[in-house]
Design a protein around this ligand. Structure first.
Ligand code: AMP
Length: 210
């Protein structure tokens, strides 16, 4: 397979994190999630975490220079293949990425606003292993407990409805222009997120096998 430098694009709640976990299990790329790295920085109370938290809590984007500094070295270190999840999210980030390591393909998972709100208000995440659940269509066997590791399930602070609405607006204004950016470069592969997790993954497997 020749396409080893990939990015997932899509609104919050489209399933980027869930798909990323499945893709790396099968294809073995390095999973680089800027959201996960930022949440780890916040959890450890680092300078970056403290600065980033004020933006994240409001559903706004962390400034480009902080993000590029944070992720650039990790991308360079993963030259054997990587899957970016949540980066790039703005045109300046995409332009910076072109100078660090150009992509082979971008998979854009689309989902309408109403569906995003429904999904994210029902999303729960394991504090211990990061496994993602949905109370509506992927509930844990035991309420609030992770099936995989027994960790506690929580709702992310930014999965509250008013923050979700803002995150969707931010996606439309700042991130959706990347669809055209990558289409112009012949790198864009589009997947309809409404078909659900298994349907989306089947489509991605087909794309990566091509
Ligand atoms: P995510 O887990 O990808 O939804 O990211 C959670 C939050 O982290 C976002 O709402 C932003 O505040 C911040 N964030 C993650 N990735 C980026 C990025 N590439 N650029 C700016 N902010 C980001």
């Amino acid at each position: 397979m020749s396409r080893t430098r990939l990015a997932l694009l899509g609104p919050p709640g489209a399933g980027k994190g869930t798909q990323a976990k499945r893709i790396v299990e099968v294809f073995g790329f390095r999973h680089l999630s800027t959201g996960d790295i930022l949440r780890d920085e916040v959890g450890r109370g680092t300078d970056l975490g403290i600065r980033a938290k004020t933006f994240m809590d409001r559903g706004e984007l962390v400034p480009d220079d902080l993000i590029i500094d944070m992720i650039g070295g990790r991308i360079e270190a993963a030259s054997e293949g990587f899957l970016l999840d949540g980066f790039p999210r703005t045109v300046p980030q995409a332009e910076a990425l072109e100078t660090i390591s150009p992509l082979d393909a971008v998979i854009s998972i689309d989902l309408p606003r109403e569906e995003v709100v429904n999904r994210l208000t029902a999303r729960r995440v394991c504090v211990a292993c990061g496994q993602i659940y949905n109370l509506a269509f992927r509930p844990p066997t035991e309420s609030e407990i992770c099936d995989a590791c027994g960790g506690k399930l929580i709702q992310r602070d930014d999965d509250k409805e008013e923050v979700i609405q803002n995150r969707y607006d931010v996606y439309q204004a700042s991130t959706s222009p990347l669809i055209e950016f990558y289409r112009e470069r012949g790198l864009l592969e589009e997947v309809d997120g409404r078909v659900g997790s298994d349907g989306v993954f089947e489509r991605i497997e087909e794309l990566l096998a091509e």
